[in-house]
Design a protein around this ligand. Structure first.
Ligand code: DX5
Ligand code: ZN
Length: 216
């Protein structure tokens, strides 16, 4: 098992100051920045676009993962790739052409991520494993920070790792997103999480550096 990476979500940060907020998180020890992009359609809330992603990725040296909670990601992929996002993660639920969408991300020059809602099975990974660089397993229903972590989803991490390893996706990373805190981090890593995304536990704390250290 490699060292776990900590990816703070900037969803709960000052939205008018995201590049500086992301830089402060990098200085506090973050390994990656998780940018929640919401379109007000796939999820009720509206957040930021590729312009903000560009200003964040210019300000930090660590990778940025754009988590696209949007109904039509194909329209946005090139813009987020040009914005410098290392990973672009699309939801499996929004497309009947996931293989095509993942290829579009790599062609645009980013690494291809796929996110799954709590009710979505990961069986499909068998058929796209070589096309995937990251699987984002949601342990809350997307849309809001600060929700309760769904512990029964942990089996899905084990399952995703097994499928990826069997079918040509052994290089893909598994990331877990939603209600991640110091009470569940160790279990998530023991199940096979490579990246822990965490919003409120880190950015809602008085000491984000200490919160990230606790997660490790
Ligand atoms: C949920 C987002 C998450 C969320 C994480 O829609 O995808 O990234 O902001 O925040 P916490 O850790 O507070 O659940
Ligand atoms: Zn997210």
């Amino acid at each position: 098992m490699g060292k776990v990476m900590i990816a703070p979500s900037v969803l709960g940060c000052d939205q008018g100051n995201l590049a500086e907020e992301a830089f402060a998180l990098q200085m506090a020890g973050a390994d990656m920045i998780h940018l929640d992009v919401m379109d007000g359609v796939f999820v009720p809330v509206l957040t930021v676009g590729a312009g903000i992603a560009a200003s964040i990725s210019r300000r930090v040296d660590i990778p940025v993962d754009a988590h696209l909670m949007v109904q039509k990601p194909s329209h946005l992929i090139e813009a987020f790739a040009d914005a410098g996002c290392s990973y672009i993660t699309v939801h499996a639920e929004v497309t009947s052409h996931l293989d095509r969408l993942l290829a579009q991300i790599r062609t645009a020059g980013s690494m291809a991520g796929v996110a799954v809602n709590p009710s979505t099975s990961v069986d499909f990974l068998r058929w796209v494993a070589p096309a995937v660089d990251l699987v984002l397993i949601m342990t809350v229903n997307p849309g809001y920070g600060g929700q309760e972590h769904l512990e029964h989803i942990h089996d899905k991490i084990t399952e995703a790792r097994r499928i990826l390893d069997c079918y040509g996706g052994s290089g893909a990373l598994i990331s877990v997103d939603g209600g991640v805190n110091d009470a569940n981090a160790e279990k998530l890593v023991s199940r096979g999480a490579d990246i822990l995304v965490s919003g409120s536990f880190i950015t809602g704390s008085d000491d984000p550096a200490a919160a990230m250290e606790k997660l490790r």
